[in-house]
Design a protein around this ligand. Structure first.
Ligand code: ZN
Length: 430
């Protein structure tokens, strides 16, 4: 594809706490940022309920998307200077980077669990459907929107372009690790991104890394590993997510059974009815959801109002660690909860977290992972874990963790002579 890049008369910049500046030189990128669908990302937090654990984590998907665009732009710039890059793919790569998360909704993971929505499908729908974004992309070329969708969907023919945005070491992950570390304030998550850029080399449609940069790559893998366990899987964040999921379940159930809400969830109606359009989806953001959680504290349904009060005032569930053979909640525990007047469907939940910090493809596995390849001085490629003892030690090691969440305050408030209280305390070891 050869297309004219329409340049802005003057470069525009966004001040960014992670990359210092985000530079925009193309009119298309500038116009995409200005669309209603992209501006909506300002009202969706990057880390969902994490702000209840790390109060700094209020950053939005808007900032992250700009960051992924900026990293992609810089990587292409380095490739171009070495004649390693087909310039006709530049605008496409930058658009895909900018738009890769545009289909995220409010608290995506909980919504996906309750309503079966899929943010990746919405990303495709926004790029290909009746939207401002689609109309802009179409002006480049009739099949340009489809190409952007293919890069994001990982089906685009030029694998190098795909791997810039999605691989085990890509612009998306680099931005979120640095950005999430910055906003949560944790000391993990930092690595020398510029060093990694400098040792990247395109080779056979894949990005490989010069051996001299191995330690920077190791650092990146370790920071990802630490961020997962210290931030993304933090039990307090998961507890808030459990409550959020239960609120959505309860509200949907009440709506479907004809409950008369004092505050009718008009923007959520088509979602509850399972006939949500793209336009309905685009009207949802975290301010809408938080509004309903706020007002539903006053609803007559005791479960809905209690769960909303918990979320709004951060009265979260506590947890006990469980093993993998305790994933089905003990019937005795459920019965004791019912006996105590606490509905186990809404007040007991098993949550599992699992991550594998780095892996390479092994035949017969479901998830194909492109290995990280090191470029040796003799020109041969060696898979990272063969060379790095640090990475070798964690390669293919999946760590899984299971917890049972429950409202400890409700249990402790039960009268001391109650049989149910004694039983619950015994079963949960409290
Ligand atoms: Zn992303």
């Amino acid at each position: 594809m050869t297309q004219q890049f329409e340049r802005l008369d003057e470069e525009k910049v966004f001040k960014d706490p992670v990359h210092r500046y985000i530079h925009v030189r193309d009119r298309l990128i500038w116009d995409l940022i200005g669309t209603a669908e992209f501006q909506r990302l300002r009202r969706i937090r990057q880390l969902g309920t994490t702000f209840l654990t790390f109060h700094g984590a209020e950053h939005s998907r808007f900032g992250h998307s700009l960051g992924v665009y900026e990293i992609t732009r810089q990587m292409i710039h380095i490739f171009k200077n070495r004649n390693d890059w087909d310039d006709s793919e530049t605008l496409l790569s930058m658009c895909a980077a900018l738009l890769h998360d545009v289909g995220h909704g409010p608290f995506s993971h909980s919504f996906e669990k309750v309503f079966g929505t899929d943010h990746e499908q919405y990303t495709q729908a926004i790029i290909l459907g009746d939207t401002e974004i689609h109309r802009l992309l179409e002006q480049v070329d009739g099949d340009f929107p489809q190409k952007v969708a293919d890069v994001i969907g990982k089906t685009y023919k030029n694998r190098l372009v795909v791997s810039l945005i999605s691989s085990q070491i890509d612009a998306d992950r680099m931005d979120y690790l640095l950005r999430d570390a910055y906003f949560t304030g944790v000391s993990y998550g930092h690595f020398d991104m510029e060093r990694i850029w400098r040792v990247m080399r395109p080779r056979n449609d894949q990005i490989v890394f010069k051996l001299s940069g191995m330690h920077a790559v190791e650092d990146y893998i370790m920071s990802r590993y630490q961020m997962y366990w210290q931030v993304y899987f933090h039990p307090v964040t998961r507890s808030a997510e459990v409550i959020l999921t239960k609120i959505l379940h309860r509200a949907k159930m009440l709506y479907r059974s004809g409950f008369r809400f004092k505050y009718r969830p008009v923007p959520l109606q088509t979602l509850f009815e399972g006939r949500m359009t793209l336009q309905d989806y685009l009207r949802l953001d975290e301010s809408v959801i938080m509004y309903f959680f706020q007002v539903w504290q006053e609803e007559d349904d005791p479960i809905l109002s209690d769960l909303c009060r918990r979320f709004i005032n951060r009265r979260l569930f506590k947890y006990v660690q469980i093993s993998k053979d305790q994933l089905n909640v003990d019937d005795k525990l459920k019965e004791a909860f019912i006996e105590a007047g606490i509905d186990p469907e809404y007040y007991l939940e098993v949550d599992s977290s699992s991550d594998c910090p780095y892996d390479f493809y092994r035949p017969g596995e479901e998830e194909e992972r492109q290995p990280i390849q090191l470029l040796m001085p003799d020109g041969k490629l060696h898979e990272l874990s063969q060379e790095s003892d640090v990475v070798g030690a964690i390669t293919g090691k999946r760590r899984t963790d299971h917890k049972l969440y429950y409202p400890k305050d409700r249990v402790l408030d039960l009268p001391n002579h109650s049989k149910a209280k004694k039983e619950i305390c015994e079963l949960l070891h409290i």
